[in-house]
Design a protein around this ligand. Structure first.
Ligand code: MEV
Length: 440
């Protein structure tokens, strides 16, 4: 059995790979070859990637694709997407084209505020704590000033600090519930640094507060951390057109299509099993742009799913309605994104993605990402209520299956042509491939 290793992070990259391949892979030679195949020849670029995290041994590639023709508030965008799922970029491009001819996407930012909290324990008199809080509040801001100075200079900073009594849920549990404006930065480091400073000041000043008893003076800070639940950092994206213009090629009538779309969204609103898959389709678009632009997709995912459950039941992030003879389809969701700092100024592909998007502000990026989510949902649900998704999905997946089977370029060309007129399932592709190979 392999023994635990001490000081792994101190080994060189080669030594780490040797240890890993020799102890954890069935074919160490093959494992080393695969890992090294993904190293970048450009030594500086590789070094940059090596230093993003600890114990880097290679790079993990995802395709970086472009969905063109997104008309957003009258301006045309080509949206970069980093994603491995074969049909996502094709679906986004299809939805972009569809709405390009129908006025495009309209978006609005509804809020940009982010939240952080200092969680603490206090077991004394609540009204004394309130008095202390009001007295110390200006000092909380003042002591954080070295951290907030630059952000304030640009128009952001601490918006508010509130004392919240949570003792009904947990005995002695209180919070400093803090609101921040971080402008074009995602702001995680800024917010967390402020919160840790608040915690320090709060604890120190409590020791000096004359009205506290000896016991009350000892406030215990449990932790200070931002919240990825950002319901006030909110964006809305919408499309609409007369029902009669909802013509889907070779499919049901525009009216039947509009009705089915509304029905499908209504189902996702009331049925959590469907809502999760429905929202997963939305996240296909959102995560892909969030990742391409160097943002934290885990934070975005966590915040969005919490928002989808904000009324106590997990529900659809998109909405559809027919008002008069107009079909309306929209999404409203929280997105805490940055276009400066972090990976955005370090990763060459991320920088390029932001250039492709015309160097957006964080607010602009929120709008673009929301549009990607809405477009993805439109594409998925419109396929689901007409042809089903497998037809398009399997066509896109065809190349993956052929690559798994080891098809040559010639065979791929031949079979791609064949499946333009045949239903592609995994077994149908295997059968057609074998028939072609065996000259049948
Ligand atoms: C697949 O990645 C996403 C879909 O399942 C989304 C949906 O069902 O709406 C197609």
């Amino acid at each position: 059995m392999t023994k635990p290793i001490e000081g792994f992070s101190k080994l060189t990259k080669e030594e780490k790979i040797d240890w890993l391949a020799n102890n954890f892979t069935p074919d160490p030679k093959a494992a080393k070859r695969i890992l090294k195949n993904y190293w970048n020849e450009d030594i500086e670029l590789q070094k940059l990637h090596d230093e993003f995290i600890e114990n880097t041994i290679t790079n993990y590639y995802l395709p970086f694709g472009i969905a063109p023709n997104f008309l957003i508030n009258g301006k045309l965008y080509a949206i970069p997407m980093a994603i491995e799922e074969s049909s996502v970029v094709a679906a986004a491009s299809r939805a972009a084209k569809f709405w390009l001819d129908r006025g495009g996407f309209k978006t609005v930012v509804l809020g940009t505020q982010k939240i952080g909290q200092v969680h603490f324990n206090y077991y004394g008199n609540p009204s004394k704590l309130k008095k202390f809080f009001l007295e110390v509040k200006p000092k909380l801001r003042a002591d954080a000033r070295p951290i907030t100075k630059n952000m304030e200079g640009r128009g952001g900073g601490i918006v508010d600090i509130e004392l919240r009594d949570k003792t009904a849920q947990i005995k002695g549990y209180y919070q400093l519930h803090c609101t921040f404006e971080t402008l074009d930065a995602m702001g995680a480091n800024f917010i967390n640094s402020c919160l840790e400073q608040f915690g320090k000041t709060f604890k120190e000043q409590a020791l000096l507060f004359g009205q506290f008893t000896e016991k009350e003076k000892h406030i215990e800070i449990v932790m200070g951390i931002l919240s990825n639940y950002v319901p006030d950092c909110l964006v809305k994206a919408e499309v609409s057109c007369p029902v009669k213009e909802l013509k889907v090629p070779n499919s049901i009538s525009p009216k039947a299509f509009a009705d089915k779309m509304v029905r499908a969204i209504d189902i996702a609103k009331v049925e959590p099993h469907r809502a999760v898959t429905h929202n997963k389709g939305i996240m296909n678009g959102i995560d892909a742009v969030v990742l391409a632009t160097g943002n934290d997709f885990r934070a975005v995912e966590a915040g969005i799913h919490a928002y989808a459950a904000k009324d106590g039941k997990y529900t659809s992030l998109t909405h559809a309605e027919i008002r008069g003879d107009i079909f309306h389809f929209w999404i409203e969701l929280p997105l805490a994104l940055g276009t400066v700092g972090g990976l955005t100024s370090l990763h060459p592909l991320v920088k390029l993605a932001l250039e492709i998007l015309q160097r957006p502000t964080a607010e602009k990026l929120m709008q673009i990402v929301a549009v990607a989510g809405l477009a993805q949902n439109f594409a998925a649900v419109s396929s689901l209520v007409t042809t089903g998704i497998q037809e398009g999905h399997m066509k896109m997946h065809l190349l993956n299956i052929l690559n798994q089977l080891g098809a040559t370029q010639e065979e791929k060309k031949n079979l791609t042509e064949h499946f333009k007129n045949h239903t592609a399932s995994h077994s149908a592709v295997v059968d057609a491939f074998e028939a072609l190979r065996n000259g049948k």
